[in-house]
Every structure is written in structure tokens, then in C-alpha cells.
Design a protein around this ligand. Structure first.
Ligand code: PLP
Length: 354
């Protein structure tokens, strides 16, 4: 039945995710707060006059203008897709298909899955033991030369670490010299306080990706975008199918962009909750907690499967990371609402304490 399916597809594992129904959901790095109700009402009202029978904009052109205004970016250098995961697929298609893809490990699963499906020549350089960037080893790989795609994630997923501008620039410099397209994934920039947009102009071969799924609290609507040069955006747009962002999502994101005040407020609360959780967990007798510049953090446990199940028994769901490179025993915890975080901490302190 499957003899026509490409071997690369058959050899690629499915996206590693298991949905489990528990009261406290800290497994997907989502915003624990829903999109504000008054904004939802605005969306609902505008929806009534939205013609469902008509196709949306060909390439979400109005939305590009709205994002461009928000980001202070030329709309012709903006590309939007239903979630930035789609963008990552299309970026691989743009510059990684049967070419090189280079990043670090551990890394975000989507980069490697797309590279596998699109038959990229994938190289993963191990992070340093403290999760910092292996700058010299990456430079050595970059110097072997493109063409290909080079991913940097700031702050990094799944470690939560934000790297220094100097380290990132050292890599962007070499990537530019040796014919790579550099992608900086800023899915969590509102938590890290970083902003690599300037690198697009400085280096020219850089694409920034951002998303409405995390700080904006719109994961269910699916919208991600790229900020880059007009030249690169024009090429990237070619590999994205027509009419790919739907009219309802467009409408909701427009309302969000007109009323962005809630975003940084919640992101700041999430950061202080994260710091509170990390500090409390430092007293855990057997778990090691890692610092983070995002809305999630890692803990290393003596037995990930036991810790994971123990938390579920207390009604708390986190994400296992323990099959990842360098991540033996590691779980990933998303920051929730304060009461959810309390429940997590209470459960944590009762698990694997001896
Ligand atoms: C969550 C996440 C994204 C965003 O994915 P969407 O498809 O936009 O929901 C992108 N990159 C990383 C590293 C992420 O963790």
C-alpha cells in the first residue's frame, strides 16, 4: 500500500506528542490565559459581517500590513503562515531541501523532522554541557560552506537559554561569509527580552520567525510570521500555497494587533512566576532545575517516567524531554497561572524526595 511513499517520509518519526486530559496543563508552553474576553467579543462581532463564501487575501496582504505596522517593518518583508511550524517546513523547502541544515542538539523537533522529510543533509552540533552555544564547533561546520539553512533559537527550546548577542553575531558573520541562510526563531522573545530584527539589515541573509501561539495566547488560531528582506520574502512566498491563512484567523489577529497591551503584561507575570517556581524547586532534594529566559523551564529528575507519572497522579501534566540528547531524566514545565503553579510545586515537593 505504501510502496509509493518516499523512503524519507517512512523513515521520519511522527511528531512526538501525546494529549492527556488533566486539570493542570503545563505541557505545551501555551499562554495559560485565554485571549481577553472583550477582544474575543470584538472578533465575534466583526465575524458577523465577514463573507465566509469568499476566499481570503491571496497572501494575507492586509495582515502583512498590520504586522508590519506593529513590528515597524516593511510589509513586503513579512511572510505569514498558519503557525510558524508551517513556516519552518517552508523554510526547509526554500533552502534545506536536498541541501544542508545545521543547528544544535538538543533542538526543537520541528527543525529535524522537516529536514528528515525533505531529505536535507542534517548536522546537529551538541550544545555545551551548560546548554550554551558551542560557538567554535558551529563555526567549523559553517565554514564547510552552504548552501543550506542554519537555525538559531533565541531563547533556545527546549533549554530556555538566551545566548549573548556577541555569540549569535559571531555565528551570523561566518554563516553570511559561507553561503548560509540564517533563521533566528524568536518564538519566545517576549519572555527573553531579545530582539534580533536588526540582524536582517546588518547581515542580509537572515530571517526572523515569530508566532502568535505563545505570548499572544492565540495558539488555537495558528499564525506565525517571518520578518526578512523584501528579496528573501519574495522567494519564501513562492513556496507557500495561495490562500493559506484563513479569514477568521486574520480577523482575530488584526484585533490582537490593534490591542496588544495585554501581551507584555502577561509575559512579565509569567516571567516572575517562572522565577518563583525555579527558586522553590531549588529546595527539591533530588531534582535539579535549570535557569530559563522563557515561559518554561527544565528539571532533571532521577527517573523521568516516575516523576512524570507522579505529577499526573497529582493532576499536573508536563512534557517529557528525557529521550533528547543530553536530556536524560529531564522534564519540561510550562509556567501556568499562579494557582496552577502552586499545585505543581506542591506535587513536586512530594515526589522523588528521597
Ligand atoms: C512553539 C514554538 C514555535 C511556534 O509554533 P507555532 O506553529 O507558531 O505554534 C516555533 N518555534 C519554537 C522553538 C517553539 O517552541
Amino acid at each position: 500500500m505504501t510502496q509509493s511513499i518516499r523512503k524519507a517520509v517512512k523513515d521520519t518519526p511522527a511528531y512526538p506528542f501525546q494529549a492527556i486530559d488533566v486539570p493542570v496543563k503545563l505541557d505545551q508552553n501555551e499562554n495559560p490565559y485565554d485571549f481577553p474576553l472583550e477582544l474575543k467579543k470584538m472578533v465575534a462581532e466583526r465575524m458577523l459581517s465577514l463573507p465566509f463564501n469568499r476566499y481570503p487575501d491571496l497572501h494575507a496582504d492586509r495582515l502583512k500590513v498590520a504586522i508590519g505596522n506593529f513590528e515597524n517593518w516593511n510589509p513586503e518583508g513579512v511572510v505569514v503562515t498558519p503557525g510558524s511550524n508551517v513556516l519552518l517546513h517552508q523554510l526547509t523547502s526554500l533552502a534545506g531541501l536536498r541541501q544542508k541544515v545545521l543547528t544544535v542538539k538538543p533542538t526543537f523537533a520541528v527543525y529535524t523532522l522537516e529536514a528528515s522529510i525533505l531529505e536535507s543533509d542534517l548536522t546537529l552540533v551538541p550544545l555545551n554541557p551548560d546548554f550554551s552555544l558551542p560557538v567554535e564547533a558551529l563555526k567549523a561546520e559553517l565554514q564547510k560552506g552552504g548552501p543550506g539553512l542554519f537555525y538559531i533559537t533565541e531563547p533556545h527550546a527546549p533549554t530556555g537559554k538566551l545566548d549573548s548577542v556577541e555569540e549569535v553575531e559571531a555565528l551570523l558573520e561566518v554563516a553570511k561569509e559561507h553561503g548560509w541562510l540564517s533563521v533566528i526563531d524568536e518564538a519566545y522573545y517576549q519572555f527573553g527580552g531579545n530582539d534580533f530584527r536588526y540582524a536582517v539589515e546588518k547581515y542580509g541573509n537572515v530571517i526572523i520567525t515569530r508566532t502568535f501561539s505563545k505570548a499572544w495566547g492565540l495558539a488555537g488560531l495558528r499564525l506565525g510570521y517571518a520578518l526578512t528582506t523584501v528579496e528573501l520574502a519574495t522567494e519564501l512566498q513562492k513556496v507557500i500555497s495561495a490562500f493559506n491563512v484563513n479569514a477568521l484567523t486574520t480577523l482575530a489577529v488584526e484585533v490582537a494587533l490593534e490591542n496588544p497591551g495585554y501581551v507584555q503584561k502577561i509575559a512579565d507575570e509569567q516571567c516572575s512566576e517562572r522565577d518563583r517556581m525555579i527558586e522553590a524547586l531549588q529546595k527539591h532534594p533530588t531534582w535539579k532545575v535549570y535557569p530559563s529566559s522563557t515561559n518554561f523551564f527544565l528539571i532533571r529528575t532521577p527517573n523521568a517516567s516516575e516523576a512524570y507519572q507522579g505529577l499526573i497522579d497529582h493532576g499536573v501534566l508536563v512534557r517529557r524531554q528525557d529521550s533528547g540528547f543530553m536530556l536524560e531524566g529531564v522534564l519540561r514545565v510550562s509556567v501556568g497561572k499562579p494557582e496552577e503553579n502552586d499545585r505543581f510545586l506542591e506535587a513536586a515537593m512530594q515526589i522523588q524526595t528521597s
